[in-house]
Design a binder for this molecule. Structure first.
Ligand SMILES: C[S@@+](CC[C@H](N)C(=O)[O-])C[C@H]1O[C@@H](n2cnc3c(N)ncnc32)[C@H](O)[C@@H]1O
Length: 290
């Protein structure tokens, strides 16, 4: 440690001490963090995603994602020292809270961010290869809901996620954080058209298809009638958008509708809550030995 008591700099460390230091082009991925729409453009333009908080950054690294740089509040130097040591040559930007807040637009209360190379998108066929339980997020636009859904899916043994073109980005900072980094363990892909066009291919690949929705023809999640869906070897389950729910075209195209009975007469559950209940009940089961 230097004589003045200041901690020794990390190799590759760049100190951010004033607004003038924020002009470094390598900091561009860390701007406009609170605007999801803008982020979509920034992430695409820079080919990055942002992992936030020490556990999430560690999970991204464990999953093999490549860091482009780290951004660290001064208070988190020690907590993060092992990560930095393990990635020599990756720039480390550090600074006091107020300078980092000026850069990112919000208080970096979780201490650390990493800009990481955004992986090349998977095709639908790649994401679904070998999967037995596929969750389909139809136009789910809220990143918090999507992150919570991903966390439940991974926790309950679902093995792939399919998104419609309008659905939120699973690699948006907030979605990643709410998923607690479980998104790095879930193969996912985006369909390039409406779901009714993708469903025939799923059926041809042996998937039973169902929509989780409150409809007149829906079978209760606890009903014995649901057994063929519950025990299907391959199952694809559609979740609907927060406001409108599953689109009528999709409802017409799936094999079954499934409802979580709500005896209290409430209209619907939050989509992430509904997903947690249904993903448990429709989880992959061991097929009994012949
Ligand atoms: C908040 S709901 C959509 C609004 C809902 N269609 C309504 O009219 O109140 C969003 C999604 O959550 C799921 N969902 C919520 N409650 C449900 C329930 N009781 N049974 C089945 N799915 C439900 C469905 O996938 C639905 O499309």
């Amino acid at each position: 440690m230097p004589d003045d008591g200041a901690p020794a700099p990390f190799p590759g460390e760049v100190r951010l001490q004033s607004a003038a230091d924020l002009a470094d082009p390598r900091l561009a991925p860390y701007t406009t963090l609170t605007d999801a729409a803008l982020r979509r453009d920034v992430d695409a333009a820079h080919g990055v995603f942002l992992a936030e908080s020490s556990p999430v950054v560690r999970r991204a690294l464990d999953a093999g994602h490549a860091p482009r740089s780290f951004l660290l509040g001064d208070r988190y130097r020690e907590t993060f020292a092992d990560v930095i040591a393990a990635h020599p040559g990756v720039p480390v930007f550090t600074g006091p809270d107020e300078v980092l807040t000026a850069l990112t637009g919000f208080h970096l209360h979780r201490g650390a961010l990493a800009a990481m190379d955004r992986p090349a998108p998977r095709s639908v066929a790649e994401a679904l290869d070998g999967a037995h339980r596929v969750l389909i997020a139809e136009d789910l636009v809220d990143h918090t809901n999507l992150g919570a859904v991903v966390r439940s899916a991974v926790a309950l043994g679902w093995d792939a996620l399919l998104l419609t073109p309008r659905a939120a980005d699973p690699l948006y900072r907030r979605a990643i954080r709410v998923s607690m980094g479980t998104v790095f363990r879930l193969p996912w892909a985006r369909a390039d058209g409406p779901l009714e066009e993708a469903l025939p291919a799923l059926r041809a690949a042996g998937f039973a298809t169902a929509a989780l929705e409150v409809t007149d023809r829906a079978v209760g999640l606890d009903s014995p009638e649901l057994e063929p869906v519950r025990t299907a070897e391959r199952l694809a389950l559609v979740l609907g958008q927060e406001g409108p729910g599953v689109r009528p075209e999709t409802l017409a195209a799936v094999d079954a509708h499934v409802v979580i009975p709500m005896p209290a007469g409430v209209d619907s559950l939050n989509v992430a809550a509904a997903a947690a209940v249904a993903l448990w009940e429709l989880r992959p089961r061991d097929t009994p030995a012949a």
